[in-house]
Design a binder for this molecule. Structure first.
Ligand code: NI
Length: 180
């Protein structure tokens, strides 16, 4: 179990499509070790979520959790979730625009349009199916993390680059909270 370096934008592997986690490798030492490293790395950086490619493993595994997160104050809590081989299905065409950050794009925030509500399915670390319908920040975080599995970082989704900037300028109250 280790805190691993989080790859930053510019690293070619962050732009690759990740492969599914093998169905015969749920509840394996290999998967539990990967998840332990991901959780340690996410928590050390105060992230709301982390995708395996961010620590250099191009497999379709993400984790997320928001409980009193200093980088995302005043956001509704999201329970700790392990989501493997996820599929997303928006439940309406409605989108909303809101701020995002990313541990692979440190010190910056940008406004990104995301589906407001969606259903996500996939598996937990034991191979148990997950099926949730979520909205708001939870829906946003899932879309952001699953994008990492397809080689997409949030700036690539942005349409108004005047809404992209340094956290210290946009959200001075978060200075000292950001990891870098
Ligand atoms: Ni990210």
């Amino acid at each position: 179990m280790a805190i691993r370096p989080i790859l930053k934008m510019g690293t070619p592997s962050l732009f690759e499509k990740s492969v599914p986690w093998p169905a015969n490798k749920f509840d394996s030492p290999e998967l539990h070790a990967l998840l332990a490293d991901m959780k340690d790395s996410m928590k050390a950086a105060t992230g709301a979520g982390l995708a395996a490619p961010q620590i250099g493993e191009n497999v379709r595994v993400v984790i997320f959790e928001v409980i009193n997160n200093a980088r995302y104050p005043n956001r509704e809590p999201i329970p700790y979730t392990v989501l493997i081989n996820p599929q997303l299905a928006p439940t309406s065409k409605e989108t909303d625009l809101d701020w995002e950050g990313c541990l692979s794009v440190p010190g910056m925030r940008g406004q990104v349009a995301r589906y407001t509500t969606l259903r996500y399915t996939g598996f937990d670390q034991f191979g148990k199916p997950i099926n949730r319908t979520v909205s708001g920040f939870h829906a946003r975080v899932v879309q952001h993390e699953v994008d990492h599995l397809d080689g997409v970082l949030y700036p690539m989704r942005m349409t108004d680059m005047t809404k992209f900037g340094y956290t210290e300028v946009l959200f001075p109250e978060l200075v000292g909270v950001e990891e870098d």
